[in-house]
Unconditional design. Structure first.
Lengths: 309, 437
């Protein structure tokens, strides 16, 4: 029996590689790859490199050998490191409290209706918009040991009789950098909290007012609980940024006088970049990590609890 | 019009990631403009006319003579170290970098041997001063080419010192303190930085310590013996001297503050290069004394006073290195060779008006030194200075580490801030021991 041959023409199948991308799951993965690469390059790679440096004896231009935790042992026995750690906690704690209080106060004021509201809101952001190094240089001039405009003002107002040694005295230098950090950070708190305040329905406050709640009671029992999740996120960001702050201290005092205002970041910079001992610099910088990690975990857990509630 | 399709985007993204992966794999940033461009990094000169001269005259002449392009960049002096560190670590950056004092020692593994250049300049110009070799030779080779020495002398107001009964500059620390006390009482304190800055702070604190008999390291190069009576006495003296005679804001000063303070006539004296005097020469009618005279007529220079162990000096030293990573090492060397020939270096030296002293002895004979008697003390600055690590013959890696950590300067600053002299010296002894052992 003869079998008739039938020729069947099928459309040419796409190459398997491209057909794979028609699958939404694979496509989603491929689209995520650039993000993963970017995160890998700019977060994971420097972080791993930092860890590797911190357990080596690397100096600038010299890869060094593995030394285990010797650098950490060294820095924990270093008085300047301990001062830097103490300063970092004081700096972060004091500035965060002030930034939150002033930022919240400002946000409440800006949440009201008044003439020129848009202009005022934009104006408030100025310290945050100006590049930090630039504005810090202006502050440095204001605190200048010889030509301080603040001293000039206080002297002519009759409030002081001799110059205040703003940046030459260890305590005053610390206060000076704290003032500049607060000045720079308040707008961030104010605008973020203002955004949070605007999501709260005015009807809630009105209902509370009708029920006889006084302004403070309305704030404490209505506004504050609703603002808390936003506040926690803002505080979290601020703590992370302030804890790792570098620019303000580097420009204002360089960590001086006599290492009295060093933070983790500035001391890591002095040892790693100035002296060229990259391994110790990396160890100092990494010492921040467990503390920041803990802060992030606690705050995120707290935010989740507040949201669930 | 080109259509943007999903596949095109994916292909381009893959290519981009491939490129990034290549950069990561080689560990080097992509190098552009290789071959003919020499990138020269220097500080913003305290004598701005010299930078102008380089930009407008000397570098165009070098480009013409050598057939290369020179990319000239200037930064704040305190930013030179961050720049070289990041350049070495990333494997790309300037081809010629200026450094201060013994800083080249920190980068000795990452810079090329310049012995051939230094030998030829030394031979042609009567030999380098000892401090040049100490700062820039690592024991086997020259790792940097000496450029200049900025002599550190005390600039002081002659008439103000006369008024308090000191017609000549005090030659001992005790006398300087007595005179300074009177001047501060008149609202004219001494101005001195003890901050973290490359020039005026260490060029004061090191010779001051040496003049009392203290050294960061003993001659054997191993023993740290700072915690001794002489050094404690020097700290006690400095603490009292500071309160009685100095502008107390100096703890926060950098290398520019004393210039501004002196020129605005709020301080009577300060350890400095000659930049204050040169600025007063440049703008004679801008700086007028309270008696109506030009400030330049009232400025004199003096070496630091003597201490119980003698009189010492340390000058800010400048040199250039060529990093290993440079693709233009030959061009960079040719350029250094060109700029160091007498005919090409001289216009720059003259533009400095004595602020910078050349690193070789031959230049002591230059007529510039006869033109202005106020500048005469700077002529022999190179003969008199010691280097960090003194009494070691070479200022190697460890003295460079001590210098860049500001341990000696901080020892005095800590005591002035309110600690005891004994504690400050003990702290410094501990820090030095960590470095040297």
């Amino acid at each position: 029996m003869a079998i008739a041959e039938t020729q069947v023409y099928l459309p040419q199948a796409p190459r398997p590689r491209l057909r794979l991308l028609e699958d939404e799951r694979w496509l989603a993965f491929v689209l995520l790859v650039p993000t993963l690469v970017l995160l890998g390059m700019f977060i994971a790679y420097p972080f791993v490199r930092g860890i590797l440096l911190s357990v080596s004896s690397a100096r600038v231009g010299v890869p060094g050998d593995f030394v285990g935790l010797a650098n950490f042992y060294k820095i924990f026995n270093d008085g300047i490191f301990r001062t830097s750690a103490y300063n970092t906690f004081v700096y972060t704690g004091v500035t965060t409290v002030f930034k939150l209080a002033l930022g919240l106060w400002l946000a409440m004021l800006l949440n009201r209706n008044f003439r020129g509201k848009a202009f005022t809101r934009a104006f408030i952001l100025l310290p945050f918009i100006i590049p930090t190094v630039l504005s810090t240089f202006a502050w440095k001039w204001m605190f200048d040991p010889t030509f301080s405009v603040l001293n000039w003002l206080l002297y002519h107002l009759g409030l002081i009789t001799s110059r205040i040694n703003w940046l030459g005295d260890p305590d005053l230098a610390m206060i000076s950098i704290i003032i500049v950090n607060i000045w720079r950070g308040v707008p961030f708190f104010a605008i973020s909290l203002l955004a949070g305040l605007q999501t709260i329905s005015p009807e809630l406050n009105e209902a509370a007012a009708i029920d006889g709640a006084k302004p403070w009671q309305r704030f404490w029992h209505v506004t504050w609980p609703l603002l808390l999740p936003v506040t926690m996120v803002v505080v979290l960001f601020s703590v992370i940024q302030t804890f790792a702050d570098f620019q303000i201290v580097y420009v204002m005092t360089g960590g001086g006088p006599a290492n009295a205002t060093h933070l983790f970041a500035t001391y890591a910079y002095q040892i790693g970049i100035g002296t060229g001992i990259l391994s110790e610099g990396a160890a100092i910088a990494l010492a921040m990590f467990p503390i920041l990690f803990l802060v992030v975990i606690i705050q995120l857990l707290y935010i989740r609890r507040v949201e669930v509630r | 019009m080109t259509t943007v399709t999903r596949r095109n985007v994916l292909k381009s993204g893959t290519a981009l990631m491939g490129g990034m992966a290549g950069i990561l794999a080689t560990g080097r940033a992509p190098a552009f403009a290789q071959g003919t461009t020499v990138h020269w990094l220097r500080w913003n000169d305290f004598v701005p006319a010299s930078d102008q001269l380089l930009r407008k005259e000397l570098l165009p002449a070098a480009e013409k003579a050598l057939g290369i392009k020179i990319n000239f960049e200037t930064v704040n002096g305190n930013d030179l170290q961050p720049r070289i560190t990041s350049a070495i670590q990333s494997g790309s950056g300037p081809d010629v970098i200026m450094l201060f004092n013994n800083h080249p020692q920190i980068y000795s593994e990452s810079v090329i041997d310049l012995s051939d250049l230094t030998n030829s300049v030394s031979k042609a110009e009567g030999g380098y001063y000892d401090l040049c070799k100490s700062n820039t030779a690592d024991g086997q080779k020259w790792i940097a080419q000496p450029w200049a020495i900025v002599g550190a002398m005390i600039a002081y107001r002659k008439s103000w010192f006369d008024e308090v009964g000191s017609p000549t500059f005090p030659d001992t620390w005790e006398k300087y303190r007595e005179v300074g006390k009177k001047l501060k009482a008149n609202g004219r304190p001494i101005g001195q930085t003890l901050g973290h800055t490359f020039g005026d702070a260490p060029t004061f604190s090191y010779p001051y310590m040496w003049s009392w008999g203290g050294t960061e390291i003993e001659k054997d190069g191993k023993t740290v013996n700072l915690n001794k009576k002489e050094v404690i006495e020097s700290v006690k003296f400095m603490t009292a001297f500071w309160k009685e005679a100095h502008d107390e804001g100096g703890l926060a000063w950098d290398d520019t503050n004393n210039n501004r303070a002196f020129l605005s006539q709020t301080i009577c004296a300060t350890l400095n290069g000659a930049s204050i005097y040169i600025e007063s020469l440049r703008n004679p009618d801008k700086y007028i004394t309270e008696k109506g005279a030009q400030l330049k007529t009232d400025i004199q220079h003096s070496p630091l006073p003597k201490g119980p162990a003698g009189q010492f000096a340390m000058h800010t030293f400048f040199s250039h290195v060529i990093p290993n990573y440079s693709k233009n090492q030959a061009g960079a060397k040719e350029f250094l060779k060109w700029i160091h020939t007498t005919a090409n270096y001289e216009p720059w030296f003259v533009s400095q008006k004595g602020f910078a002293t050349p690193p070789t002895r031959e230049w002591e004979k230059h007529k510039l030194w006869d033109e202005d008697k106020v500048m005469a003390p700077f002529k022999v600055a190179g003969l008199l200075g010691q280097t960090p690590g003194y009494p070691l013959p070479s200022s190697g890696k460890k003295p460079a580490e001590v210098l860049t950590k500001y341990i000696i300067t901080d020892m005095y600053a800590k005591a002035i801030q309110g600690g005891t002299a004994e504690d400050a010296v003990m702290w410094a002894q501990g820090e030095l021991t960590k470095v040297y052992t």
